[in-house]
Design a protein around this ligand. Structure first.
Ligand SMILES: O=C(O)CCC(=O)C(=O)O
Length: 409
């Protein structure tokens, strides 16, 4: 997933992929005419962004396709489009209906970040239970009072690292026995800073591999079924897709996912099934080199992308999500969540995008050695360093969803 071939600072201007990232990334202009110097998003030219929704609309009306776009022949219940220039890439616009989108958004916020699934917060706070509920109830994560070591302390019920700090959701900020304010962070802030969670087989960021030793649950059956159905057009010889791992990416305003290769899985003939939820985004699909000019395309809530075979070797990334009412295109989601009186979900999704990508990993090929010992700070540090190193070298991924943890906004 996060390719070994990481960009260095001096290719930031040189490669075609970098240029495209820069073109679509969110920049602000300061409006000096206004006394408040309000930040305004800089206008971006979206005329070259491929829009598979309008391609589908026009195909349904006139059965014609723009040059370079192909209709994949299959008996799927929706048209599936491919690009002549990128064999192994499939786009299924609006593949997931609105109610199902709401279901996966809810799951992504309530159950997917639950331990033993890991999130970007693990390295600092350890496993966190019920983050979404705590955010809804406006709770605060408070660090244990290290000056007070009562065995019966309530904090012991929420152990994060065995020897490290312990944290607990509280209604109020805490004060230590010596009268100092304890470190605390609102749960709502942690929810906004949730960048990834991993389902099924857990990915070990320090070793850049799946690690069967890390505690994990199976991927939820309903997600397997969905991925299996969506993957069918890209499966070799009519085989069934059985995902063993999934990464959930959470994007807020200004977040990006820098260009990378998904090269961690042993078997590249199996597709990655990538589901978009929430605000619209620009996705860049490059070639095998960062020098290849990427194709930019919109990803909307409910779209599904498959990357298999040769497309697995292509750089890709997300330089932009849109959170303004006109471009985000989430009115149907807003309507659903207001009907269900899910104000917290409504508030979240108005400024966020979620991507669930399911992968097949041959467990026999995964390295079962040297699992990350969460009680060992040097191991946690290794994760931080490995991700930090990637990001330091990549000036355009300063808001990258995978490295936020190490670079405060
Ligand atoms: O967010 C997306 O659409 C792409 C996610 C992705 O490329 C990844 O997680 O490797």
């Amino acid at each position: 997933m996060y390719g070994s071939e990481v960009a260095t600072a001096d290719d930031s201007e040189r490669t075609a992929f970098r240029k495209a990232e820069k073109k679509y990334k969110l920049y602000y202009d300061h409006n000096f005419k206004s006394s408040k110097k309000k930040k305004q998003p800089r206008a971006v030219d979206l005329s070259e962004v491929v829009d598979f929704k309008s391609i589908e609309d026009s195909f349904n009306r006139k059965e014609d396709l723009p040059p370079g776009t192909l209709l994949f022949p299959c008996d799927f219940d929706r048209p599936i489009f491919c690009l002549q220039s990128r064999p192994g890439f499939y786009f299924i616009p609006g593949a997931i209906g609105i109610e199902e989108q709401c279901h996966w958004i809810r799951e992504s916020l309530t159950s997917f970040p639950q331990p033993p699934n890991r999130t970007n917060h693990n390295a600092i706070y350890g496993p966190i239970n019920d983050l979404f509920i705590a955010a809804r109830e406006r709770k605060i994560l408070v660090e244990e009072d290290s000056s007070y070591t009562d065995e019966g302390s309530e904090f012991n019920s929420f152990v994060s690292h065995v020897d490290g700090p312990r944290w607990k959701f509280c209604k109020e900020p805490g004060v230590s026995s010596r009268g100092n304010m304890l470190k605390s962070i609102p749960a709502s802030g942690l929810l906004q800073k949730l960048r990834w969670s991993t389902l099924g087989l857990q990915f070990d960021w320090s070793k850049r591999n799946y690690n069967v030793c890390l505690p994990h649950n199976k991927i939820p059956d309903a997600l397997c079924q969905l991925a299996k159905k969506m993957a069918a057009p890209a499966m070799p010889g009519g085989e069934e897709f059985r995902p063993e791992a999934a990464i959930v990416n959470y994007f807020g305003l200004g977040d990006t996912l820098g260009g990378h290769l998904d090269d961690m899985e042993a078997d590249w003939t199996k597709p990655i099934v990538s589901i978009s939820l929430g605000c619209k985004a620009v996705f860049l699909l490059g070639g095998k080199s960062r020098q290849d000019p990427p194709v930019a395309m919109f990803l909307r809530s409910g779209d599904v992308v498959l990357m298999a075979g040769e497309a697995r070797e292509c750089f890709h990334g997300v330089p932009r999500i849109f959170t303004d009412e006109e471009k985000a295109e989430i009115n149907p989601l807003e309507l659903q969540f207001s009907q269900q009186n899910d104000l917290c979900l409504l508030e979240y999704i108005r400024t966020s995008r979620i991507n669930i990508n399911a992968r097949f990993e041959d467990t026999k090929a995964s390295i079962p050695v040297g699992s990350v010992d969460q009680s060992n700070p040097s191991s946690i540090e290794a994760i931080a360093l490995s991700i930090g190193a990637v990001c330091e070298k990549s000036p355009l991924v300063d808001n990258c969803v995978h490295c936020h943890q190490w670079e405060p906004r």
